[in-house]
Design a protein around this ligand. Structure first.
Ligand code: HEC
Ligand code: HEC
Length: 264
């Protein structure tokens, strides 16, 4: 499909179905609103029942994975290997299907998902989502981390970069129902490599989301990517980064704005 219109317009289109879904019941008479929401709820529940994997069955399949991702799902063999523990199930499932179909080619994982049924893949996603996530410590110079924090909370709007927190949540926990990944605690080398892969169009798994991560990463410099990755490695509720944020938020509005803090 040819890309037309501005970046924001394109992104707007990607959001349109959600907005339409939200607005839809409000335009109907009251008795119909209830029915619509009940229908949506039934669909969601049906989807949840169907899509849910079995963590115990996933654990039985995970031995080979643990060689690289760690027995706890959060101790990669190399710093460029991602944590899977604590990641949301929907995102894990989507990525596993992309890896299996080679839409996201991962050389190291060649053959790992070969012969795994759709149920096996769902079970693996459910297993890793059920494990507790790990958080590391933020690294790097204070001014670089402050710049990262400012982008994470407020974006770099002049370059079309929206606030990461809007989708990945203020403490980096992601958005499980939407399948937006948790970034909190992820090793910096992995996160930096992904942002560069999005920026250079080498990772295109965001297609279902209108290519939003490729658009966003194109607005980031190498230095910003490194800083964001180092910052995210230590970001979690109650981490020093998070507590610092709460203290800043408690200051008068102007002080917060000076420090690059935007309201979510
Ligand atoms: C030989 C090492 C190796 C093995 C074994 C392996 N992986 Fe991976 N896995 C990787 C690497 C390396 C990456 C990241 C590649 C990249 O940079 O995109 C990855 C990425 C992933 C991702 C994407 C994570 C994200 O945040 O997007 C998932 C999910 C995953 N692996 C699951 C599994 C599962 C489940 C198994 C077992 C069936 C497994 N892996 C076995 C090396 C391995
Ligand atoms: C509008 C929503 C949105 C915003 C804003 C956003 N992201 Fe994302 N991000 C996503 C989605 C959706 C994915 C999953 C894409 C896919 O399926 O591969 C993602 C994936 C990622 C990943 C890959 C995670 C992994 O485990 O491999 C990283 C890293 C990331 N985003 C960082 C950022 C950073 C840094 C920012 C801010 C500069 C940001 N994102 C802003 C929606 C967003």
């Amino acid at each position: 499909m040819p890309k037309t219109g501005s970046r924001l317009q394109r992104r707007g289109r990607a959001y349109a179905p959600n907005n339409a879904l939200l607005a839809f019941p409000l335009q109907r008479p009251r008795f119909m609103q209830v029915r619509n929401w009940l229908a949506v709820l039934c669909l969601l529940l049906a989807g949840a029942a169907q899509g849910a994997g079995d963590p115990a069955a996933g654990k039985a399949l995970s031995l080979a994975c643990s060689a690289c991702h760690g027995m706890d799902g959060a101790t990669g063999l190399l710093p460029t290997y991602p944590d899977l523990a604590g990641q949301n199930e929907k995102y894990l499932l989507q990525q596993l299907l992309h890896i299996q179909s080679n839409k996201r080619p991962i050389l190291e994982m060649t053959g790992q998902l070969f012969g795994k049924s759709p149920q096996d893949v769902e079970d693996l996603a459910a297993y890793y989502a059920s494990l507790p996530g790990k958080v590391r410590a933020a690294e790097g110079a204070a001014d670089a981390l402050a710049r990262a924090e400012a982008i994470y909370r407020g974006g770099a709007l002049e370059r079309g970069v929206p606030a990461c927190a809007a989708c990945h949540s203020p403490a980096g926990q992601g958005n499980a129902p939407a399948g937006f990944p948790r970034l909190s605690g992820q090793p910096a080398a992995y996160t930096a490599a992904q942002l560069k892969a999005f920026r250079e169009g080498k990772r295109s798994t965001d297609e279902d989301y209108g290519g939003m991560m490729r658009d966003i990463a194109r607005g980031l410099t190498d230095g910003e990517i490194e800083a964001l990755a180092n910052y995210l490695q230590g970001l979690a509720p109650l981490s020093p980064e998070w507590l610092g944020r709460l203290q800043l938020a408690a200051l008068p509005q102007s002080a917060g704005a000076e420090a690059g803090m935007a309201t979510e």
